[in-house]
Write a protein that binds this ligand. Structure first.
Ligand SMILES: *[C@@H]1O[C@H](CO)[C@@H](O)[C@H](O)[C@H]1NC(C)=O
Length: 266
């Protein structure tokens, strides 16, 4: 069925409105990268939110870090997309921030809440931008004012990098990604305490001494392609942004399977 001319006109008017809206967003250059420094200073940022009001965002099961189930413990939906200097091309995945808002004073509690970076948002609306889950955005509100605060859509916040603390019993978790095989291993690393973000991942075959470096793939996923098949069990060593190294001995068993989660013993 051919569209009537009025439908075409409407579509064109909508397109023009969208384009002017897009052009109307002032481009703000991103601020310097936020690395693992904990000087306690609060910086200014813009915050927005997306998804369901009480949800972890529409990407409960994904996002640019590749984490799944971000609505479940230990993230509990307290998640955020970061812009360029916060997401840092995936390196910021898993880093933790305290955020708070003071204005509007009738809705904002001014009390800091902790969020985990699980996704990316590159809209150039501020030097620092947190696009929060509905739950995280609402949690900056005074009790009972969550919905009113969400109604503001966008609020100015203060933020600072903090160390990640997970509930007792939460261990570093490695997800062997789909498609992995003895010549190609892709590992998603999550629930790293302390700095939270990972800047290097290496594996070691049982009984060997050398550590084999993995490459950054995307988000929190690290990968290696190797002509010589990797033989499990594999120990994994990761380095955080602050330079902390930790080893998960034999965490990937001899008969590992793709699309499977392996939890560090310690
Ligand atoms: C910011 O982080 C990204 C991703 O890690 C990196 O490529 C870039 O070089 C960093 N920029 C600065 C100025 O350190």
């Amino acid at each position: 069925m051919a569209a009537s001319s009025s439908q075409v006109m409407l579509a064109m008017a909508l397109l023009a409105a969208l384009l002017s809206l897009a052009h109307g967003i002032p481009k703000v250059p991103p601020g310097p990268n936020i690395t693992a420094t904990y000087n306690g200073k609060w910086l200014d940022a813009k915050s927005t939110w997306y998804g369901r009001p009480e949800g972890a965002g529409p990407k409960d099961n994904g996002g640019a870090c590749g984490y799944k189930d971000v609505d479940k413990p230990p993230f509990n939906g307290m998640t955020s997309c970061g812009n360029t200097p916060i997401f840092r091309d995936g390196r910021g995945c898993g880093s933790c921030f305290e955020i708070k808002c003071d204005k509007p004073a009738e809705f904002c509690s001014g009390q800091p809440v902790l969020v985990h970076i699980t996704d990316d948002n590159e809209e150039p609306i501020a030097a620092y931008h947190f696009d929060l889950s509905g739950k995280a955005f609402g949690s900056m509100a005074k009790k009972g004012q969550e919905q009113k605060l969400r109604g503001c859509g966008e609020v100015e916040i203060q933020f600072r990098r903090v160390k990640c603390y997970y509930p007792l019993g939460t261990k570093v978790t490695y997800h062997v990604e789909k498609g992995s095989n003895p010549n190609y291993l892709a590992l998603l690393v999550k629930f790293v305490g302390g700095d939270g973000d990972v800047v290097a991942v290496e594996v070691q075959e049982k009984g060997k001494y050398n550590w084999i470096p993995l490459k950054e793939s995307w988000g929190a996923v690290w990968r290696i392609d190797t002509a010589k098949p990797l033989k499990g069990p594999l120990s994994v060593r990761y380095t955080t942004d602050g330079g902390t190294k930790a080893v998960s001995p034999d965490v990937i068993p001899e008969k590992w399977k793709p699309d499977t989660m392996y939890v560090a013993k310690y």
